[in-house]
Design a protein around this ligand. Structure first.
Ligand code: SF4
Length: 276
């Protein structure tokens, strides 16, 4: 069942994983683990496919467009040139699997293209990309800290006019209810720790660009934040190794963690009390 010798101690029998432990921990996988260790088990160890949703496809679509924009030289970064990346994004992102997952038809494609065009226009009201001095786009950062292998791909790393490094993350969903709660910046703060360890320089701040609403929210990065995020990742990796050796990652169902989880049916079949 799902490539494992069934579930573990909670169900009264032995379980060991046939799949290897992932070689590294990314900020998004850490978020999975922290919201529910069983989600990490299903997604990262058993690698059970998670179907795309319209929102996730749109996110990847828009990220593809912005990545392409920032591959251009600064004077080329115009609204018109950016719009030209929409057609290649259809081929690159909307693969057959994705189209099946989201049941895409002509109307949905038209909606996706229209929403993307709107976000591009809104983005150009937020900043002028020809003046952005980016040090990295889709920057791959891998580093081992305290025996914890961390890896992630950062949307953009800028050098602001005041000389400081800034982590920039595009957001295609809605604004958070409370702009500055800790989970909003959690992923980006771990990226800040990765930058500090890998590049030897701590980013001064994080800038989240909510390109659907035309709003940016920022937070300064401090040594305390970097240290806390690093510490949390190191502790989580130790727990991941322990659960992996035990053969079971506990399920911690809650409305928040289960709401958008694609493993609800599996959990319910295994007796986990997933909220309705
Ligand atoms: S459905 Fe809930 S309990 Fe099950 S893996 Fe997802 S978050 Fe965890």
């Amino acid at each position: 069942m799902f490539g494992v010798r069934d579930t573990g101690a909670a169900y009264g029998w032995e379980m060991t994983f046939e799949q290897p432990l992932p070689k590294s921990l990314s900020p998004s996988r850490l978020a999975d683990f922290q919201s529910c260790p069983r989600k990490y088990q299903h997604a990262s160890i058993e690698r059970i496919p998670q179907p795309a949703s319209y929102a996730s496809a749109k996110g990847r679509f828009v990220h593809y467009v912005f990545e392409s924009l920032f591959r251009l030289s600064p004077p080329e970064r115009t609204l018109e040139r950016t719009r030209e990346f929409i057609t290649p994004a259809v081929d690159a992102v909307l693969t057959e699997d994705v189209q099946v997952d989201i049941a895409m038809d002509d109307a949905m494609l038209a909606r996706l293209v229209a929403e993307t065009e709107e976000m591009i226009a809104t983005y150009f009201e937020m900043e002028d990309p020809s003046t952005v001095n980016q040090e990295g786009v889709e920057l791959r950062l891998g580093v081992t800290i305290d025996d914890t292998p961390l890896f992630g791909i950062l949307d953009r790393l800028d050098r602001d006019p005041d000389g400081s490094l800034v982590i920039v993350d595009y957001k295609t969903g809605g604004l958070p209810n409370r702009n500055y709660d800790s989970s909003t910046f959690a992923n980006a703060e771990l990226y800040a720790a990765l930058c500090q360890a890998k590049l030897g320089e701590r980013p001064a701040r994080i800038r989240l660009l909510y390109v659907a609403q035309g709003q940016a929210i920022e937070r300064d990065v401090t040594d305390v934040v970097v240290s806390a995020r690093t510490d949390a990742a190191v502790k989580a990796w130790a727990r991941i190794n322990r659960y992996y050796a035990d053969g079971e990652f506990p399920a911690t169902p809650s409305s928040n963690s289960c709401r958008f989880c694609s493993f609800k049916d599996i959990c319910r079949a295994n007796g986990v009390a997933v909220p309705r």
